[in-house]
Design a protein around this ligand. Structure first.
Ligand SMILES: [Zn+2]
Ligand SMILES: [Zn+2]
Length: 363
């Protein structure tokens, strides 16, 4: 896919986006934070004029609050992106670990930036993450590094990107979708535990222990080829996993909604990776809409790479989530039906037939 924009330029656009006080952070439902109550009038919008402050006794005993101009809230105290980033950073590694931006605010701000959010999501978010680092003060960075031996990695999560252009079914994924942003709906079937994945490995060369950092492939562990220290040509390395940089990573399997398929069709499945602030956000049984990028994964036959690739989704945000429990509370009538069914002897077959009518020969 052609990327016609340099990372520097994307970063500059994000920098001005986060600095512009018209843009304000949003909560996890995409709603702006409301302004706190005006402290001058305690949210009343007006203040009493003390009796002795009056010039004559016909003057009204109240006046419009001079601080909030009667609006009852202190609009100048709505958190800015700078406030929000510093707050989330101070909570790190607890808390949200994510800064949210809405499509609406980005597209109002700059069309070039919103186009990149739509068509060049990976790089647009990479640039945004770099800029977020500039807003974290050094004191917080130092403290987190000292206490948790890690750098503060905050994600930028886009919300409300219009879906009509790239909504796609799992079974509708084709080569055209490679490296593209898609919005996929599905049922979460499996979720692995969250485990650290090495992002940047730190290696020491065998000859003189020069330190070399090496960005890891998404799936395979890789060592540097030659020591980067001047005059050193060592090619043997020892991994220092205690000094390497890891990211929380979780593998999720999602499946098309069975009820959306024609009778007899098998729902297709797709593997998705949820990392950093997205890890451990969804669980089996959840119905979700995920925004992410479709990427190819090499397949091997023995040690030889096949020319056929598998695909996976690298998730960037969870657009909707309907938990299992929210949709399966039975009504009173259903409860009676469940009771009646449970006294029948062939209940196991009935359940199997109703869940998986397309699987034969499994009894
Ligand atoms: Zn006021
Ligand atoms: Zn070396």
């Amino acid at each position: 896919m052609a990327n016609d924009i340099a990372l520097d330029e994307l970063m500059e656009l994000w920098r001005s986006f986060f600095q512009d006080s018209r843009n304000r952070p949003v909560d996890k439902f995409g709603k702006s934070y409301s302004a706190p109550k005006c402290s001058t009038c305690k949210g009343e919008g007006k203040i009493e004029i003390p009796e002795k402050g009056k010039l004559d006794e016909n003057e009204p005993s109240e006046k419009v609050c001079p601080n909030c101009k009667g609006e009852r809230v202190d609009s100048s105290n709505i958190p800015t992106y700078s406030d929000e980033i510093q707050k989330v950073a101070r909570e790190y590694p607890d808390g949200e670990r994510a800064i949210r931006v809405t499509w609406e605010s980005v597209s109002d701000f700059n069309a070039r930036l919103s186009n990149n959010l739509r068509w060049n999501l990976d790089e647009a978010l990479e640039a945004a993450k770099n800029i977020v680092q500039e807003f974290i003060d050094d004191k917080t960075k130092k403290r987190v590094r000292k206490e948790h031996r890690t750098k503060i990695g905050l994600d930028v999560v886009p919300m409300g990107i219009p879906g009509e252009l790239y909504d796609v079914e799992i079974s509708g994924l084709r080569k055209e979708h490679l490296y593209r942003t898609v919005r996929l709906k599905g049922l979460v079937r499996k979720a692995t535990p969250v485990r650290p994945r090495m992002e940047i490995g730190l290696f020491e060369c065998e000859w003189e222990s020069h330190r070399n950092s090496y960005i890891q492939d998404f799936f395979t562990f890789e060592k540097p080829i030659r020591c980067t220290a001047e005059t050193c040509k060592c090619t043997e390395f020892k991994l220092r996993d205690d000094l390497s940089q890891f990211i929380d990573s979780q593998k999720i399997e999602i499946q098309e909604y069975p009820e959306d398929l024609p009778p007899g069709a098998q729902p297709e499945r797709l593997t998705a990776y949820f990392e950093s602030s997205l890890a451990h956000k969804i669980q089996p049984g959840d119905r979700v809409a995920i925004i992410g990028i479709i990427k190819p994964k090499s397949q091997f036959q023995g040690r030889r790479q096949k020319s056929e690739f598998d695909i996976y989704l690298y998730a960037h945000s969870i657009d909707e989530k309907i938990g299992e429990n929210e949709s399966v509370i039975p009504t009173a009538n259903e409860l009676i039906e469940i009771k009646e069914l449970s006294i029948q002897e062939d209940i196991a077959e009935k359940i199997r037939d109703s869940i998986a009518p397309t699987i034969f020969g499994m009894n």
